[in-house]
Design a protein around this ligand. Structure first.
Ligand SMILES: NC(=O)c1ccc[n+]([C@@H]2O[C@H](COP(=O)([O-])OP(=O)(O)OC[C@H]3O[C@@H](n4cnc5c(N)ncnc54)[C@H](O)[C@@H]3O)[C@@H](O)[C@H]2O)c1
Length: 253
């Protein structure tokens, strides 16, 4: 039997990249996947692709940098789904100035980066507390190996997300809800290869221990599936590196 039969999973930032791979992997295992993104057009294409493959899925457009939009999203989810087995907070800002900048960004940019990467996962978990509790569910926050060396705004937002993960695990334990983070290394997605280019991708992949192959979205999706499966059900309150040992080599963004 498929491992996620009868389960419902919500994945943010699921229009492409790691989020889409996670949604597809859970749907392949029989789950109903709710795909969320701010990019309505790409989201519609991704949902169409999943449906064509026979998946059970639905989509909701939301801008997770806006508190009203997070609340409206949660209201729609609560109306449609009495229980939610897995919430994957994957949406994030990862490329461009956030990944290189630290000083000189100013208050507004820091607020925006922290809103999307750190606070949206916290608020979405808060507003989806009831359906998560009904399922005795799991929250997976998409962190990064950059959280180990927070020398960029990106690293700071993901290090703070790790702290949010520990906070949620402790706050929601009484309701039977677990909360973990995954810290991917260098994974090949359209966005990462497009933003970093071949040379930087090769340099960062070259910092791995083993295996030396580039990380793929399915590496992350399979890790999420493990955490949500019976086999991973004793794991809680942790940040799981999925990076071929990259963080151990003194990663610098
Ligand atoms: N690819 C990697 O190597 C890597 C490594 C470590 C961590 N990550 C993390 O994994 C996640 C996905 O990365 P990716 O490479 O697939 O990038 P991506 O840009 O393809 O995915 C991010 C998704 O989030 C969505 N999004 C961004 N802001 C949003 C908002 N305000 N509201 C709703 N949706 C929003 C985007 O539209 C996009 O679909 C990110 O959180 C990133 O930080 C990626």
């Amino acid at each position: 039997m498929a491992r996620m039969e009868g389960k419902t999973v919500l994945v943010t930032g699921a229009a492409g990249g790691l989020g889409f791979a996670i949604a597809r992997t859970f749907a392949d295992e029989g789950a109903h996947a709710v795909l969320v993104d701010r990019d309505a057009q790409r989201l519609a294409q991704s949902v169409e692709e999943l449906r064509a493959a026979g998946a059970s899925c639905s989509s909701l457009v939301a801008d997770l940098s806006e508190e009203d939009s997070i609340r409206a999203l949660a209201d729609e989810v609560c109306t449609a789904h009495a229980s939610l087995d897995v919430l994957v907070n994957n949406a994030g800002l990862a490329y461009g100035e956030i990944a290189s900048g630290f000083f000189g960004l100013g208050f507004a940019k820091w607020q925006h980066y922290l809103a999307v990467n750190t606070l949206a996962p916290l608020l979405l978990a808060e507003h989806l507390r009831a359906p998560l509790a009904r399922a005795r569910g799991l929250i997976i926050n998409q962190s990064s190996m950059a959280s180990n060396v927070p020398g960029t705004a990106y690293g700071v937002t993901k290090a703070a997300l790790n702290a949010v993960t520990f906070g949620l695990a402790s706050q929601l334990a009484g309701e039977g809800v677990r909360c973990v983070a995954i810290a991917p290394g260098m994974m090949e997605t359209e966005a990462s290869t497009g933003a970093l280019g071949d040379e930087a991708m090769a340099r960062l992949t070259g910092m791995q221990l083993a295996p030396s192959r580039p990380g793929s979205p399915s590496d992350i999706a399979e890790a999420c599936l493990y955490l949500a499966s019976r086999e991973g059900s004793f794991l809680n309150n942790l940040v799981l590196p999925v990076d071929a040992g990259n963080r151990l080599r003194g990663y610098r963004g």
